[in-house]
Design a protein around this ligand. Structure first.
Ligand SMILES: Cc1ncc(COP(=O)(O)O)c(C=O)c1O
Length: 427
């Protein structure tokens, strides 16, 4: 007898780990909108609107602002394979797992990769990156902004000017940080930025928004090849540069698809386009500064609550992302077992980390649709009970109490016009 299958019916979860998070219901509704064909004028209209909305999210005027179909690492691969010619030097400063990912992808693109490493839980000073650029003379600097594995946020604001001076293209992976922490693509001189939806953008994973500066577009265009089956012959470059070593991630072709030529490439993932557009619309309507302030406020409330539970924070707190924090798992406690109890008893997911931090820290994310007061308080209440059952002595109500005190103080200061503008937002 063949097995019978039922409709999909996933359990209800509150996703308070480092991502993915629960998508905003508006995004879920957009995902279920009717499908249209890829040359329908309505599709072209939505693609153009999506480009315009993401210019707002990335704080850029870059024409080349679009979506790559695939999760965040699809955007990373598209940028690196399109910018790097085999044999070129690339510098990757590594301060966590995702720096290692950038290195690996750059190596697969045939680059001569040079790395700079710092201890997990720390970030680089601009002078360290500048010295390495002078020494290595790379054509591309690939640098993560927020490394979810350590929760650290690398300051980027001074790096763009260094790259311009030294003639280096500056790429940053902002998957975990965009919309939860400031990122000013144009003002900070970034040439390429990629992201994903499943963190502060309040969507599901599966689409990677990306932006390219005119300098980066020039590099990509110099390698433009039109697929033989759709080429008119007259669209061939007289002296095309080295062909980009991926068809799917060839940004020159993807730009021809999203640009005025509308040259066919892949079949755009329509439902993901609807979802990604809704994510950007939510943010643009809220205002990027307000969205960042909301993450700062609720992220800090979570931190105050964790401290109130007597947990020690991991890493350099001056450089922690607003939207994810890591705490040390108390000695002798089965960290994975406790995470399982949170999930089974309360339906709440929190994370551990990778590599050297696996089993040493828990990571709690407060982002996107879940950057709210009720989610913070519920998670802290559940964590307190779970810690107690695990034999950890905590102050009764210490986590929720500390978070509530923080919110109250924030409200008092706001009423007096003295709230920290970086922690404003809605509560
Ligand atoms: C900083 C960073 N880069 C890249 C990725 C990879 O993203 P994805 O799993 O969407 O491909 C992640 C995922 O957590 C991330 O946090």
């Amino acid at each position: 007898m063949s097995p019978t299958f039922d409709q999909i019916h996933p359990p209800q979860r509150l996703l308070m780990g480092p991502g993915p998070i629960n998508a905003d219901p508006r995004v879920l509704r957009a995902l279920s909108a009717p499908l249209i064909g890829q040359y329908d004028p309505a599709m072209t209209y939505y693609m153009n609107e999506t480009m315009q909305l993401y210019r707002g999210v990335f704080e850029t005027t870059n024409d080349a602002t679009l979506l790559i179909d695939g999760t965040s690492r699809a955007g990373i691969e598209a940028v690196l394979v399109s910018l790097i010619q085999p044999g070129e030097r690339v510098l990757v400063p590594i301060f966590g797992r995702f720096g290692h990912l950038l290195r690996e992808i750059a190596e697969r693109c045939g680059a001569e990769v040079h790395t700079l490493e710092c201890e997990w839980g720390q970030v680089f000073r601009p002078e360290q990156i500048e010295a390495a650029i002078r020494e290595v003379k790379p054509s591309v600097l690939a640098l993560v902004q927020g490394d979810t594995s350590t929760t650290m946020c690398q300051p980027l604001e001074d790096i763009g000017a260094i790259c311009r001076r030294e003639g280096v293209l500056f790429y940053s992976d902002a998957t975990a940080s965009l919309a939860g922490n400031p990122l000013k693509t144009d003002e900070w001189g970034l040439d390429a930025v990629t992201a994903g939806l499943q963190k502060c953008l309040a969507g599901p994973s599966g689409s990677s928004p990306l932006t390219l500066s005119p300098r980066a577009v020039e590099v990509v265009h110099a390698r433009r090849h039109v697929e033989a089956g759709i080429s008119s012959g007259s669209d061939r470059l007289a002296e095309p540069g080295a062909r980009i070593r991926s068809n799917y991630f060839d940004l020159s072709m993807v730009l021809d698809y999203w640009g005025e030529l509308r040259l066919n490439h892949h079949t755009e993932a329509t439902s993901m386009l609807y979802g990604a557009r809704e994510c950007a619309l939510l943010l643009v309507n809220e205002g990027m500064d307000n969205a960042i302030a909301r993450h700062a406020l609720h992220g800090q409330a979570m931190v105050e609550g964790l401290k109130g539970l007597g947990l020690a924070l991991f890493g350099d707190q001056a450089h922690r992302m607003n939207n994810v924090s890591a705490v040390m798992i108390p000695d002798g406690l089965d960290g994975d077992g406790l995470r399982r109890s949170m999930l089974e008893d309360f339906g709440i997911e929190i994370g551990t980390s990778f590599g050297p931090l696996h089993g040493k820290v828990w990571r709690l994310g407060v982002m996107g649709y879940n950057a709210r007061r009720d989610t913070v308080l519920t998670t802290l209440a559940a964590l307190e009970q779970t810690l107690r059952r695990g034999g950890v002595k905590t102050v009764a109500g210490g986590g929720v109490g500390a978070a509530l005190d923080f919110y109250q103080e924030h409200q008092r200061q706001a009423a007096n016009g003295r709230a920290n503008p970086s922690a404003g937002g809605q509560s």
